[in-house]
Ligand binder design. Structure first.
Ligand code: ZN
Ligand code: ZN
Length: 143
């Protein structure tokens, strides 16, 4: 994981490119996503951010996450559960999701499902990206 100063510089650079303001909320929300755990729901982001910036609201978290997504700094991941999860690792990668405890993990060494993207394009669908999710039981739940 890169040091906080690099994480901040990356965000500040992207915001400046678009002539957007650098606000404490944007900095802290981006930091929360780039810290150890990569997959966070908006509620989890809010809980972490509230420690540093009390009074931050959920709508602010959502609008900031949407902005970060637009800037290419986070990606939303569909888990099949109701909560949308945000991932600070933006290069294509697959996930495993445990159907019992909900744990989500990165799966290394898997390519993006190119065939699905090609088929979507052929059907006139303008695709952003495709995600592969492997469902099942994590090792702790399977034990
Ligand atoms: Zn599990
Ligand atoms: Zn991931």
């Amino acid at each position: 994981m890169p040091p906080v100063s690099d994480i901040d510089q990356h965000l500040v650079g992207k915001l400046r490119e678009r002539h957007l303001r650098v606000t404490p909320q944007r900095i802290v929300i981006h930091r929360a996503l780039c810290a150890q755990s990569q997959h966070l729901t908006a509620d989890q982001v809010l809980a972490r951010v509230s420690e540093t910036l009390p009074g931050t609201s959920l709508p602010t978290v959502y609008s900031t996450l949407e902005l970060l997504e637009e800037l290419g700094l986070v990606r939303r991941v569909g888990t099949g559960n109701s909560a949308v999860v945000f991932d600070s690792r933006v290069e294509p990668h697959a996930h495993t999701v445990c159907r019992r405890c909900g744990a989500m993990a990165d799966l290394e060494g898997t390519a993006a499902p190119d065939d699905a993207l090609a088929r979507a394009g052929a059907a006139g669908f303008v695709a952003d990206h495709a995600q592969l999710v492997v469902w099942g039981l994590c090792s702790a739940c399977a034990a």
